[in-house]
Design a protein around this ligand. Structure first.
Ligand SMILES: *[C@@H]1O[C@H](CO)[C@@H](O)[C@H](O)[C@H]1NC(C)=O
Ligand SMILES: *[C@@H]1O[C@H](CO)[C@@H](O)[C@H](O)[C@H]1NC(C)=O
Ligand SMILES: *[C@@H]1O[C@H](CO)[C@@H](O)[C@H](O)[C@H]1NC(C)=O
Ligand SMILES: *[C@@H]1O[C@H](CO)[C@@H](O)[C@H](O)[C@H]1NC(C)=O
Ligand SMILES: *[C@@H]1O[C@H](CO)[C@@H](O)[C@H](O)[C@H]1NC(C)=O
Ligand SMILES: *[C@@H]1O[C@H](CO)[C@@H](O)[C@H](O)[C@H]1NC(C)=O
Ligand SMILES: *[C@@H]1O[C@H](CO)[C@@H](O)[C@H](O)[C@H]1NC(C)=O
Ligand SMILES: *[C@@H]1O[C@H](CO)[C@@H](O)[C@H](O)[C@H]1NC(C)=O
Ligand SMILES: *[C@@H]1O[C@H](CO)[C@@H](O)[C@H](O)[C@H]1NC(C)=O
Ligand SMILES: *[C@@H]1O[C@H](CO)[C@@H](O)[C@H](O)[C@H]1NC(C)=O
Ligand SMILES: *[C@@H]1O[C@H](CO)[C@@H](O)[C@H](O)[C@H]1NC(C)=O
Ligand SMILES: *[C@@H]1O[C@H](CO)[C@@H](O)[C@H](O)[C@H]1NC(C)=O
Length: 345
């Protein structure tokens, strides 16, 4: 009993920090203490993102970034004017229950604009419940920052989370129903996925020290090999005649389709996301013209050996997330199966 307790404590430290080292079979050497678990020790490769000395207080749970100042971007949901302090600035973009690609790009541009100016330490995006997954995932992928990007359905919870220095270095977050999730993992169809903590008495309480979702790790393939994903271009409104339809990436459920359906559609669509049930190696939904990504809507992980030859395995991503990631990739001219598989791995 005691041994397993010690082991799990060490595993927790190890997961958070590469400083932890495993000795021989019985001796575990953990040099990390709370004071050394700063983001700078945990992510030494994040060398020039910001001025190190400014964030040294992040090892102190009670400390705050010197002067938090937040931009709130309203895209939908319930918003009533409130007496925020002068440190919270509100911009109303839309009042939509769901957001299309043009609108997501617009939100991302506003988020980047607020953070690039250096005036704000974090951004809260208020969204309707149905838009949270798309906002959280899209912003996770296209906004690369250690600062607080928080998507929320309730503004108070979002502001409380974005106010805290403990929300840094986690990628974009989603706060829904008082629970804080990683935006890269949050999925209403997989309850509990990506839960990191909760908002209690107006402040976030995290169950884990800061860590990037694997997808967003500074050394991961998204950030290393697909750096242009963070160049947010205005959605192609000017050239909408061709591009809006040619960028369409529908989601279909794997089933009994005429195998010719994809080839007859492939002039009209840019890619396809298939929701598969179990092992799909025999699926007829394949194409040599457009990328086809297989996903699961029940939290199952789709591996390359589970999909037909030439198709892309969506890994842990939900159909919606796979659709967003494939759309972003296609908008950057990333079409090769091998490149896309590296991205979805
Ligand atoms: C660090 O700075 C160098 C040179 O300015 C730049 O090329 C590189 O992209 C930066 N890295 C990050 C993670 O910002
Ligand atoms: C770090 O703090 C200094 C002094 O307060 C400030 O001038 C500088 O802009 C800060 N840098 C960042 C990246 O916040
Ligand atoms: C970092 O900030 C400190 C003060 O907060 C300042 O003295 C130092 O010059 C800054 N370093 C860089 C590289 O900006
Ligand atoms: C770090 O915390 C100490 C003590 O609370 C404070 O004096 C100092 O200004 C803080 N530094 C920064 C960069 O916020
Ligand atoms: C955390 O901050 C509090 C208040 O600023 C301070 O008293 C305490 O010494 C700090 N703890 C560490 C480990 O820096
Ligand atoms: C959007 O419109 C609805 C209905 O008029 C309203 O209840 C809601 O507060 C609005 N939301 C925002 C963010 O303006
Ligand atoms: C908002 O703040 C102003 C000035 O601080 C105050 O006069 C007003 O009563 C406040 N309104 C509410 C609803 O608290
Ligand atoms: C997104 O919605 C807006 C407003 O409803 C519309 O003007 C725009 O054309 C749509 N964009 C796409 C790509 O469908
Ligand atoms: C980047 O792409 C190259 C070439 O495909 C590959 O060898 C390398 O492992 C990739 N890097 C990451 C971090 O995935
Ligand atoms: C729109 O099309 C024109 C002509 O084909 C091209 O020069 C321009 O770069 C396109 N704009 C965008 C935003 O794709
Ligand atoms: C799916 O089927 C293929 C071919 O029959 C097999 O190689 C693969 O291991 C199967 N995957 C799973 C998860 O059962
Ligand atoms: C974006 O980066 C990828 C990977 O490096 C590259 O294949 C693609 O051509 C780039 N897209 C654009 C529009 O430059």
């Amino acid at each position: 009993m005691r041994a397993s307790l010690i082991l799990s404590a060490i595993c927790a430290a190890g997961a958070a920090s590469p400083i932890a080292a495993v000795g021989d079979d019985t001796t575990y050497v953990v040099e990390a203490g709370p004071a050394s678990l700063t983001p700078w020790n945990v992510w030494p490769s994040w060398s020039n993102a910001s001025n190190v000395s400014n964030y040294s207080n992040l090892s102190n749970a009670t400390a705050q970034v010197a002067a938090p100042k937040l931009e709130v971007i309203v895209t939908g949901g319930q918003y009533t004017m409130s007496n925020w302090s002068s440190e919270v600035h509100v911009t109303r973009l839309f009042n939509q229950s769901t957001l299309n690609a043009t609108q997501l790009a617009r939100v991302a541009q506003s988020v980047e604009g607020a953070l690039d100016g250096g005036e704000y330490t974090g951004v809260v995006v208020l969204g309707a419940g149905r838009a949270l997954e798309a906002l959280g995932f899209y912003l996770s992928v296209v906004v690369d920052t250690p600062e607080n990007v928080v998507v929320a359905s309730a503004l108070e919870d979002g502001v409380a989370t974005a106010w805290s220095a403990w929300s840094w270095f986690r990628g974009a977050l989603v706060v829904d129903g008082g629970v804080i999730y990683s935006g890269a993992a949050y999925s209403p169809s997989a309850p509990g996925w990506g839960a990191l903590g909760s908002v209690i008495a107006g402040a976030p309480r995290y169950w884990f020290t800061p860590a990037w979702p694997t997808l967003l790790a500074p050394w991961g393939s998204l950030r290393v090999n697909f750096t242009n994903f963070t160049d947010i271009v205005p959605a192609p409104a000017a050239n909408a005649t061709n591009s809006s339809s040619s960028m369409t990436v529908p989601v279909v459920f794997d089933g009994y389709y005429d195998p010719s359906i994809v080839s007859s559609l492939s002039t009209a669509i840019a890619g396809l996301v298939v929701v598969s049930s179990g092992n799909s190696t025999a699926s007829d939904l394949t194409s040599s013209n457009i990328p086809v990504v297989f996903t699961s809507d029940d939290g199952a992980t789709i591996l390359p050996e589970d999909v037909p030859a030439g198709a892309i395995a969506g890994g842990d991503l939900s159909p919606l997330k796979a659709q967003l990631l494939l759309s972003i990739a296609l908008s950057k001219d990333v079409k090769e199966t091998s490149s896309l598989q590296q991205l979805f791995a």
